[in-house]
Design a protein around this ligand. Structure first.
Ligand SMILES: Cc1cc2nc3c(=O)[nH]c(=O)nc-3n(C[C@H](O)[C@H](O)[C@H](O)COP(=O)(O)OP(=O)(O)OC[C@H]3O[C@@H](n4cnc5c(N)ncnc54)[C@H](O)[C@@H]3O)c2cc1C
Length: 428
């Protein structure tokens, strides 16, 4: 089969590799001069990441894809047990061992919380477990966790929610949040481990994929039109995987699949701002630390690149769910003030680089209808926004790429989540 993949982010790379491995003749169209999409490196010496990214042990398909392209995850990622230390507070730290026991031991050992808060969290987690980590589609994370002690919401639920769903707890889908908790915290040893990049982001997948795909790759090629048949800018293909952004996929399908296009077009977005500070000779007590967000404190996490094998003295501050900071401005200066106030520095930190991704992820709100992978026979979509259990993540993107490739290869008439005819699907 001759198949086109439109878009070379992690979803497009996953689809392209799966289709090529199945013996199909593929062409990958990517409008940018490089692969990687949102998860790529950007110019700098050494390069910056287009926003700090973290993976977790549960990212099974992403890790398998990296290995398929000759990348050893244990070399390019630093694996650490899940820990959320705050400046001057140890925070929650999961010990090694079977997930349920590790979670219980970690919570009970968190001396920063009163005993009542620790037992309150364990009781709530037990309830989620008993209900199979399922809840009503219309519930928000704030509603789900309304009965939890305030310190648990402040130190665990809110930072985890904004880190995983990039949506504030008051607006975030409890159903997706519970699914993330289930897969990260309660599904096999090591699932919750943090995997922090030790190399520039493009070295994880985009660079190796460029070499692997070779002349099947068409960089700097923005697809303008898809016509039934299927024709991609006039060139005939047996099948097409649209692995571009939801905005572009909606534009390209407006004529050929208007119902699907409308759903894709309806997604909202949440920004992420990454502020890189530089401070010569400084190091954090831990490679990743949580920070308390507030009206004058935008960042929720900070990463020490020197401790991760990157540039010594480079620190990435992450502001997720950053809509209010995009609107009011002054985020980098506020991060600098927050960093100066809350952390110890060998030399005064300075602002090095600020990256604002206005459409970093789709807004993962309760009851959100996401478009399915199947658009029409021979036309499939892949991307982190496609209906599935995960929020916008690398793993969601890779899994959707695999599902689309499988759909193309088998000629199936339904999407990975069972939705037919391009109709919208609520998160399962
Ligand atoms: C700042 C930031 C931090 C993040 N942190 C994390 C994290 O810590 N952990 C995590 O798991 N996820 C994180 N994410 C989310 C993660 O980056 C995305 O979920 C993932 O990269 C999406 O991949 P994708 O292939 O679906 O889409 P994209 O990466 O958007 O790829 C789409 C590609 O299609 C191309 N394209 C668009 N239109 C066309 C066209 N017409 N023709 C040809 N090509 C086209 C684009 O150039 C792009 O390369 C973060 C995202 C951002 C922005």
């Amino acid at each position: 089969m001759k198949a086109a993949v439109v878009g070379g982010g992690w979803a497009g790379i996953a689809a392209a590799v799966a289709l090529a491995d199945a013996g199909h003749d593929i062409a990958v169209f990517e409008m940018a001069p490089q692969l990687g999409g949102r998860a790529r490196s950007v110019a700098g010496e050494p390069p910056y990441d287009n926003g700090q990214h973290i993976l977790i042990g549960a990212y099974r398909d992403s890790l398998t894809l990296m290995r398929r392209l000759g990348v050893a995850p244990e070399q390019v990622l630093k694996r650490l047990p899940l820990a959320l230390p705050y400046p001057a507070e140890p925070g929650l730290r999961l010990p090694p061992g079977p997930p349920l026991i590790a979670f219980a031991r970690g919570v009970l050992a968190n001396s920063g919380w009163p005993l009542s808060a620790r037992f309150g969290l364990l009781a709530a987690a037990g309830g989620w477990l008993a209900r199979g980590f399922r809840c009503g589609a219309s519930l928000s994370v704030a509603e789900l966790c309304a009965g939890l002690p305030v310190v648990v919401k402040r130190d665990l639920v809110e930072p985890l929610c904004v880190a995983a769903l990039n949506t504030p707890a008051s607006q975030a889908s409890a159903r997706v949040f519970l699914r993330v908790l289930k897969d990260a915290l309660f599904s096999g040893a090591g699932s919750a481990d943090l995997l922090l990049p030790r190399r520039p982001l493009s070295d994880l997948l985009a660079g190796p994929a460029t070499a692997w795909l070779g002349d099947r790759l068409r960089l700097g090629a923005r697809v303008k039109q898809i016509e039934p048949g299927w024709r991609v800018d006039g060139e005939a293909f047996d099948a097409v995987v649209l692995a571009c952004t939801s905005v572009e996929a909606a534009r390209l399908t407006a004529g050929v699949a208007p119902a699907w296009s409308t759903v894709a077009h309806g997604l909202g977005f949440e920004p992420i701002i990454t502020v890189y500070l530089h401070s010569t000779g400084s190091a954090l007590p831990s490679p990743m630390m949580a920070l308390r967000e507030g009206s004058d404190a935008p960042a929720q996490f900070v990463f020490d690149h020197g401790a991760l094998g990157g540039t010594p003295g480079r620190f990435a501050f992450v502001v997720s769910g950053a809509a209010s900071w995009v609107e009011r401005g002054g985020c980098a200066e506020a991060v600098l003030a927050q960093a100066t106030r809350e952390l110890r520095w060998a030399t005064p930190p300075v602002i090095d680089k600020v990256l604002t991704e206005k459409r970093a992820t789709f807004a993962c709100t309760p009851g959100l209808a996401r478009p399915p992978a199947f658009i029409a026979p021979g036309l499939w979509a892949a991307g982190d926004y496609i209906a599935g259990p995960y929020p916008a993540t690398l793993e969601g993107a890779v899994r959707s790429g695999h599902a689309a490739a499988q759909g193309v290869a088998t000629g199936a008439g339904t999407g990975a989540n069972g939705a037919a005819n391009g109709s919208p699907t609520n998160t399962p």
